[in-house]
Design a protein around this ligand. Structure first.
Ligand code: FAD
Length: 504
């Protein structure tokens, strides 16, 4: 006999970082959410150690950034070295607060983040969390979706009903299967052993940079994680089995050039197959996928999880508008149109970096990274704009900055932009709006908040209409165009407008 739980606006399958972030953003919008997770506890094997400033900004919207900031390290950058430890290529990361209002690159312990996201969601009253519960099948009935779930140790199945379902259910996604989507393979397929150590004594000589050891016999990576945790990632050769390389003695053999058991304890290890792939379809009807369910990247840029967090930020406000009846469900087509080309750029760059780690000489290194380097073996990477969507000017206008991420200036009272506005649209203008213009959203101007004038100078515009995910919906130079975008009235995803402190 199936037990039916109550009906939700959105059900999320999978409580990894993508699902937990999406659930928090939807809950911020007043949307009721059910999260269904097969496992009892947070995933225990080594995974993400890096994220970027844009991702921190999404965590800010989800309500966990300040606490997360206590648990992370600012990352100085990544270096590629040859077998003699000569520098092949440098990718330094700025050490100050960047345009996103946060540092541009952080080191983390993924379970710390997941715990914060889960604690935050548990504190909200619009979310129901079912752990140790596996979704076994999904039925989209047109007006709503039914999920059939099995709870560990319970002979009865549970039905969860929702208006929309998002599969944040990882690489072997059931939701992707339900959508009927295949994966486009972008060509990377390598087994790597991943090892986390806990230092027993300080080892400053290991350094704070990520180091890619470009050794064609056995490429390896070293990462400086927060506190006393250190990560090594080691290529597994074709003739080696997983069991063989996971032997403790074998792991210490690999690490012998750097460290031994007298200095550190082996915390955890796992063999992963790193792949590069993008799902062909991210939505069918009321079913969607996000995170690893939609794309897989080798970890050489530290961006797999970040991509899932961007999916969540792109999708949550659109789903909230659909749930509130502010817009038709076709708006959700813009999700894949915008996100898929964006994540593809990251995956292709990560695959090129993977190729670089497998080379040993500087010239080959440079040739392989032509698109990324300035010729001095110093890597630069600029995040691309979103893919273009022809859908509704609600999502994108047709102005030069549409689809670019806007910075996060600080208001004159010291508050960050997003803290003042929340996960909602905002119009940023250089000068106060003329009295006859009545915008449908919050407006901030560069006369009251000089940092806004600087941010507008950066991109050469006099006004920008920002979406809740802080990508630019439209920009304007002239008074006429400013009036036009002020009249676009991007609706708010909040069910009830959350009253915040008035912005001075
Ligand atoms: C070694 C390694 C290093 C990495 N380093 C980085 C890095 O530095 N930076 C970075 O950004 N990314 C990194 N990544 C990638 C990152 O860890 C993943 O992209 C991220 O964890 C994916 O999150 P997710 O929420 O999409 O999926 P997952 O974390 O896989 O979560 C999916 C969840 O869905 C649940 N689930 C699945 N099916 C069902 C079902 N039918 N019913 C109920 N629940 C279900 C699973 O139990 C799981 O909890 C790394 C990955 C690896 C392996």
């Amino acid at each position: 006999m199936a037990q039916i739980t109550k009906h939700f606006d959105v059900a999320i399958v999978g409580y990894g970082p993508t699902g937990a972030t999406l659930a928090n953003l939807l809950a911020e919008c007043g949307v009721s959410v059910a999260v269904i997770e097969r496992e009892a506890a947070i995933y225990h094997l080594p995974r993400a150690v890096h994220f970027d400033g844009e991702t921190m900004r999404v965590f800010q919207a989800a309500g966990v950034a300040e606490q997360l900031n206590e648990k992370v390290r600012v990352n100085p950058g990544m270096r590629f070295v040859d077998q003699q430890r000569n520098l092949l290529m440098d990718w330094p990361r700025p050490q100050g607060i960047g345009p996103q209002g946060w540092h541009s690159s952080y080191r983390l312990h993924q379970p710390d983040l997941e715990k914060l996201l889960r604690d935050k969601l548990t504190s909200r009253d619009t979310a129901m969390i079912l752990t140790e519960t596996e979704v076994v099948s999904v039925e989209d009935q047109g007006e709503e979706v039914t999920l059939y779930c099995r709870k560990a140790g319970d002979e009865h199945s549970t039905m969860v009903k929702a208006n929309f379902v998002v599969g944040c259910d990882g690489a072997r996604s059931l939701l992707r299967e339900a959508i009927g989507s295949g994966m486009d393979d972008l060509g990377f397929d390598e087994r790597w052993l991943v090892v986390d150590l806990l230092l027993k004594r300080d080892r400053p000589d290991l350094g704070d940079h990520t180091v890619q050891f470009s050794n064609p016999d056995r490429p390896m990576t070293y990462c400086r994680s927060p506190e006393n945790r250190r990560r090594w990632e080691i290529t597994v050769l074709d003739d080696e089995t997983d069991d063989e390389v996971l032997q403790t003695a074998r792991i210490w053999d690999f690490l012998a050039p750097w460290i031994g058991p007298e200095d550190a304890d082996l915390e955890r290890s796992a063999v992963y197959t790193f792949r590069s792939a993008i799902a062909q379809n991210w939505r069918k009807g009321r079913l969607m996928i996000a995170g690893d369910a939609a794309h897989l990247t080798p970890p050489f840029m530290g961006q797999g999880m970040c991509a899932g967090i961007r999916d969540a930020a792109n999708l949550a406000w659109k789903l909230a508008l659909c749930v509130n009846g502010e817009t038709g469900i076709d708006l959700l087509d813009s999700y894949q149109a915008e996100r898929a080309p964006h994540v593809r750029t990251f995956i292709e760059t990560a695959v090129r970096l993977g190729g670089l780690i497998n080379t040993m000489d500087r010239d080959t290194a440079l040739a392989r990274t032509e698109a990324d380097c300035d010729g001095k073996a110093r890597m630069e990477f600029t995040s691309p704009p979103l893919g273009r969507s022809d859908l509704a000017s609600l999502v994108v206008g047709n102005t030069p900055h549409t689809g670019h991420l806007f910075s996060q200036p600080t208001l004159s009272d010291g508050q960050r932009l997003d803290d003042a506005i929340g996960y909602a649209p905002v119009l940023v203008v250089r000068h106060k709006l003329p009295r006859d213009v009545v915008p449908a959203m919050r407006v901030l101007d560069g006369e009251a908040h000089p940092a806004f004038a600087d941010a507008l100078d950066e991109i050469g515009a006099n006004a920008v209409l920002l979406r809740p995910d802080r990508y630019i919906a439209a920009s304007a130079m002239t008074q006429t165009d400013i009036k036009a975008i002020a009249a676009m009235s991007l609706p708010t995803p909040y069910k009830t407008i959350i009253e915040r402190e008035p912005v001075k």
